[in-house]
Design a binder for this molecule. Structure first.
Ligand code: HEC
Ligand code: HEC
Length: 226
């Protein structure tokens, strides 16, 4: 090939690529209006308003070691979780995709904007991955770490972090996916194959990881006076 023919060939190649790209664009364009309307982007949360309206929540989520009574297990830690996940969870309680009557009642009172605001406040500074697994990931959790992280810190905002979450709450959550009380399709699939022993091992592993999720700080001290 002479320099000139090579240049021509390159140019031609480029044109073909460009044409191909245009064909693709054109082929896709008409499909767009037929697609379902794009969901509105996540609402931007205002942590100041979130703090102002989260008083009731803190009666449970702001008390370290607080337990749900029947069945008995620890109320989940929310500090350091991603706000996107917290909002998704609240929607699921409200819409009945998670069956838990107290949280259903709580979430029903909240608008979508309230949820975004509380989530922004409760998340605080979301945990950041360390990239360093602690110890050996148990065999039962091999698949899990691809979303929940080797160090228990979620790899994307729509997944919950599990690091330092209460062990008994993790057991409860996995049982719920397994039994169908929680209907999230991704987790229903993963939990279905876990034995009770697997669930114990997994819950113990993630609950010990650091940096860990934490209890919400309580902004008030005069509980009895309010
Ligand atoms: C009476 C105690 C109580 C109150 C009040 C309460 N919660 Fe909860 N919350 C719980 C319990 C228990 C769970 C776990 C339920 C389950 O098993 O799914 C939970 C779960 C959650 C979760 C899901 C956490 C996760 O890791 O998936 C979020 C988010 C949450 N609560 C937010 C709130 C907000 C916001 C409020 C106030 C509007 C609130 N809660 C009020 C007890 C409470
Ligand atoms: C493809 C990504 C993905 C994989 C793999 C995955 N999960 Fe999840 N996990 C999720 C999502 C998404 C949720 C939130 C579901 C919901 O909204 O209820 C979740 C929720 C959970 C929760 C509840 C957390 C909470 O705060 O309530 C636990 C516990 C959990 N996963 C454990 C596991 C375990 C154990 C495995 C492996 C057997 C696993 N996950 C595999 C995506 C994943």
């Amino acid at each position: 090939m002479t320099g000139r023919t090579r240049a021509c060939a390159l140019l031609l190649g480029g044109t073909v690529a460009l044409l191909a790209a245009r064909v693709v664009v054109h082929a896709q364009a008409p499909a767009a209006p037929a697609a379902a309307p794009a969901p509105a982007g996540p609402l931007k949360g205002d942590p100041v308003h979130g703090k102002a309206i989260s008083y009731t929540c803190l009666g449970c989520h702001g008390i370290s070691g607080y337990k749900n009574a029947y069945p008995m297990y620890s109320v989940p830690e929310l500090r350091g979780q991603s706000p996107d996940y917290l909002v998704a969870a609240l929607h699921e309680y409200r819409d009945g995709d998670r069956s838990f009557i107290t949280m259903h009642a709580q979430a029903e009172e909240l608008s979508d904007q309230d949820m975004a605001d509380i989530a922004a406040y409760f998340a605080g500074t979301p945990l950041r991955p360390t990239g360093k697994p602690e110890g050996t990931v148990p065999k039962a959790a091999t698949l899990c770490v691809s979303c929940h992280g080797q160090d228990g810190v979620a790899i994307a905002p729509m997944y919950p972090s599990l690091a330092g979450q209460h062990e008994d709450y993790l057991v409860r959550a996995l049982d719920e996916y397994k039994r169908g009380g929680r209907k999230n399709p991704i987790m229903t699939g993963f939990a279905a194959n876990l034995s009770d022993d697997d669930i114990e091992t997994i819950a113990e592993y993630f609950s010990r990881l650091t940096p860990s999720l934490g209890t919400e700080p309580r902004p008030w001290t005069r509980l009895s006076a309010e």
